[in-house]
Design a binder for this molecule. Sequence first.
Ligand SMILES: *Cc1c(COP(=O)(O)O)cnc(C)c1O
Length: 393
Amino acid sequence: MTITSFHPPRRTLMGPGPSDVHPRITEALSRPTIGHLDPEFIRMMDELKALIQFAFKTNNRLTLPISAPGSAGMEACFANLVDEGDKVIVCINGVFGGRMKESVERMGGTAVVVESDWGRAVDPTAVEEALKANADAKILAFVHAETSTGARSDAKVLCELARKYDCLSIVDAVTSLAGSELEVDEWGIDAIYSGSQKCLSCVPGLSPVSFSEAAIKKIESRKTKVRSWFLDMNLVMGYWGGEGKRAYHHTAPVNQLYALHEALCLLQDEGLDNSWQRHQLHHNALVTGLAAMGLEMLVPESERLAQLNAVVIPEGVDDLAVRQQLLKEYNLEIGAGLGAFAGKVWRIGLMGYAASQTNVLNCLSALESALLSQGHSFTPGLAVKAANDVYAG
Ligand SMILES: *Cc1c(COP(=O)(O)O)cnc(C)c1O
């Protein structure tokens, strides 16, 4: 047998990530590979740092992309900030909060869990009670945009609470960056991690992170060594920090970093506010169209993410059959429910380049035809019309 080159099908990616990659970004990937210490590459790294600072709205000097996916960004934050025996308040309102708890414990900390209902924002009152009851807590950790449910938590209020009770904050912004309002300095976020493949529409595999001065102070005054060699910021900074002199730490994923640079240039050209508003517009059109088909959303309107739409699967409709039909007939990927919501919701992503009128209208007509084959009854054609009415303003 001779194995030949792999040519993936061309899909429209409207799941929980990866999202559709902008053609300018795939083009950037194919540019010539140069050395990770080449002066031209180092110039690009400096620009990349400035672009990430722009996207996060921060002046933090310790701002860089981790050479691995969002989960590694999470581990970088917990590995560096959680010292042996540290107590960490972890908010859980979905799958990704659960991973934070796991991370705290693996780094030698103790997690105090504040549970909120799945499909809802983190409850600030419950968080404040936990902070009061645990005066020795050092860190508050929460997910800004819970991709498993489509709920957005109030990061500003939660970070205020962290400060009020003398805690550092760790924020998961993997899905929120570029899709929802996010103000790292203004909200006083101490450590934040994101991902390249959600609303930045870059290829998967990189995780932008940023640490405040207070976080850096904590990292520098740790009692014990950071438990991960690869993610130890004290070492990574030898390569990413330092004006001019850079030491080899690991071989940077050179071409992927070109891609992230391009993705952030696109975001800069569009403007952050415009990007947030674009996600909201397409979300409004999608939700209006879904409602015209009689479909309901999982999350209450005021707590909904624009970029991740959890739609309740109607009674009697076969989850898997619908998703397979969309993939086979429309080359369209939407996400399945996770954890407690498996088989109960679809997760329709409107992330980055995928958040477009074409995608919203195609998705609505594809869902219409799949639901009709499932015997779900509604008046065909109304969904696309309702969405178009939103676009017409
Ligand atoms: C996707 C995601 C992650 C994990 O990112 P990977 O790049 O898959 O490692 C973490 N948190 C949230 C909220 C996510 O949506």
